[in-house]
Write a protein that binds this ligand. Structure first.
Ligand code: SOE
Length: 392
C-alpha cells in the first residue's frame, strides 16, 4: 500500500483534532493509502517538540517553508489562525502538495479567490485541495443531506440555523487571536457562523444569494493576554486593547432554491457551550439536527397517515448510515472527534482515486462570499446585500 505522508502546520485545538484523526483513520477505514504523520510545524521550538511527541508526529520543525520543501511530504494540513491560511496553502499548492485547510478558508474574499486560483492550477498537476468544514461529516448531517437530495422534504421553505457559544462573556477574558481582526478575519461570524453557512448550503444544495445582517461587539476592550493558548489564555487585567471583531452576528437570507433562512452566531449565549442546531422545513416534512445530540436526527414526514405523523428520532448509529459501518456494533454512539476522522477518510480517498474531495476551495469561497455580504450589510445599516457570485 502506498504511503501518504502528511505535514501539519499548527498544533493547538484544531492541530490536536486533526492529529487524532490522521492517527485513527487507517485503523477504522479500509483505505488504499497508509497515512504517515511525517512532521508537525509550529513557531515555538519547545512547544512544537512537545506537541509532536504528544500527538504522534515523527518529526517537528519551526518554519513551515521547510515542511513544504520536503520531497517526502505529500499533504500539507493547515491548522493555523486565518491570517496565514492563504500564504501557506498557496505555497504548498505551488509545490505540488495536496492541501487540507481549516475553516474559514481565509480572512478575506481576495485571499480566498487567490487560493481558489492556486488550487485550480495545482489540480492540473494532480494536487487536490479541500477545506475542513468538519460538521459536514457528522453522520446525521450527511444523512440529512441525503434525505433532502432524495426529495423527502419536497420544496425547501425554511432554514433555521444557530451556532451558540459563551466562552467570552466574561469582560476579563483576554484579547486572544480570535478577537483580533488581523489574525482571525472576523469573530463569531467567521469562526462559527461559517460552519452553519457551509452546513446549510451543503444540506439543502442551495446557495445563499442575499442577506440582511446585524453584528455586535458587546465588550469593546479586553485585557491583553499574558500567554496565548487558544481559548484558554489568561489576561493580566491591567493593559487592555480593542476587540476588532464581532461578538455576535445575526442575519436573514434568501437561498437560490427559494428557501428563506435565519442564522445566528454568537459567543455571548450564556450557558450555551457549543450549541449548533439546524432545522429545515420543506413542503413534505422537516429535519432537525442538534450537535449536542449528534447521533440523532429528528424527522417529520408529512406523507405519513395523519394518526402516525409526528417528529421521529432516527438514531444514526447503524451500518446503513453514512460512515457508521466502520465503527461500532449497532446502537453504539460516536462523538465530535469522529467528524475529523471522516474528513481525513474522504480526503485520503480523493487523493487515492483522483476524485475532487468536498468542500473544495470553491465551495469554501462560496462561504467566504456570504461572510463578506454579512459584514457589508451590517456595516450598512442591515441593508439587503447580494452575495457576490463565485465566478464574477
Ligand atoms: C472556537 O469557537 C471553535 O473551536 C471553532 O473554531 C471550531 O471551528 C468549532 O468547531 C468549535 O469552536
Amino acid at each position: 500500500m502506498t504511503d501518504l505522508r502528511v505535514g501539519m502546520v499548527g498544533y493547538a485545538f484544531m492541530g490536536a483534532a486533526h492529529s487524532q484523526a490522521w492517527r485513527t483513520v487507517n485503523r477504522v477505514f479500509d483505505l488504499p493509502m497508509q497515512v504517515k504523520m511525517a512532521a508537525i510545524c509550529g513557531r515555538d521550538e519547545l512547544k512544537v517538540a512537545a506537541a509532536a511527541a504528544r500527538l504522534g508526529w515523527e518529526a517537528h520543525c519551526t518554519n513551515w517553508r521547510d515542511l513544504i520543501a520536503r520531497d517526502d511530504i505529500d499533504v500539507i494540513d493547515v491548522c493555523t489562525p486565518g491570517d496565514s491560511h492563504a500564504e501557506i496553502a498557496i505555497a504548498a499548492l505551488e509545490a505540488g502538495k495536496h492541501v487540507l485547510c481549516e475553516k474559514p478558508l481565509a480572512n478575506s474574499v481576495a485571499e480566498a479567490r487567490a487560493m481558489v486560483a492556486a488550487a485550480a492550477t495545482a489540480r492540473a498537476g494532480g494536487a487536490l485541495a479541500m477545506c475542513g468544514f468538519n460538521y459536514r461529516r457528522v453522520p446525521a448531517v450527511t444523512l440529512m443531506r441525503q434525505l433532502v437530495a432524495a426529495g423527502r422534504l419536497g420544496a425547501i421553505r425554511h432554514v433555521r440555523a444557530v451556532y451558540l457559544q459563551d466562552w467570552i462573556t466574561d469582560p476579563e477574558f483576554p484579547l486572544v487571536w480570535r478577537l483580533q481582526k488581523e489574525k482571525a478575519g472576523s469573530g463569531a461570524l467567521g469562526d462559527i457562523g461559517a460552519h452553519i453557512v457551509d452546513l446549510t448550503q451543503y444540506v439543502t444544495g442551495q446557495q445563499i444569494t442575499g442577506v440582511s445582517a446585524l453584528t455586535e461587539t458587546f465588550i469593546k476592550e479586553r485585557p491583553l493576554p499574558t500567554a496565548s493558548s487558544g481559548l484558554a489564555a489568561s489576561g493580566n487585567g491591567t493593559v487592555t486593547g480593542p476587540v476588532t471583531v464581532d461578538d455576535a452576528a445575526v442575519f436573514l437570507a434568501r437561498l437560490d432554491g427559494g428557501a428563506i433562512a435565519t442564522y445566528e452566531a454568537t459567543r455571548f449565549a450564556m450557558g450555551r457551550k457549543n450549541a449548533l442546531r439546524v432545522e429545515i422545513n420543506g413542503s413534505l416534512g422537516s429535519l432537525v439536527f442538534d450537535l449536542e445530540r449528534l447521533n440523532e436526527l429528528e424527522y417529520y414526514d408529512a406523507t405519513q397517515i395523519a394518526p402516525e405523523q409526528g417528529f421521529n428520532r432516527i438514531l444514526v448509529t447503524e451500518a446503513a448510515h453514512p460512515y457508521m459501518e466502520a465503527w461500532w456494533p449497532p446502537g453504539h454512539i460516536i462523538g465530535y472527534e469522529h467528524s475529523f476522522t471522516h474528513e481525513m477518510r474522504d480526503f485520503v480517498l480523493g487523493i487515492a482515486t483522483g476524485a475532487d474531495p468536498a468542500p473544495s476551495f470553491v465551495d469554501a469561497l462560496g462561504v467566504q462570499l456570504v461572510l463578506d455580504a454579512v459584514e457589508r450589510s451590517a456595516g450598512n445599516g442591515s441593508s439587503w446585500t447580494e452575495v457576490e457570485p463565485i465566478y464574477a
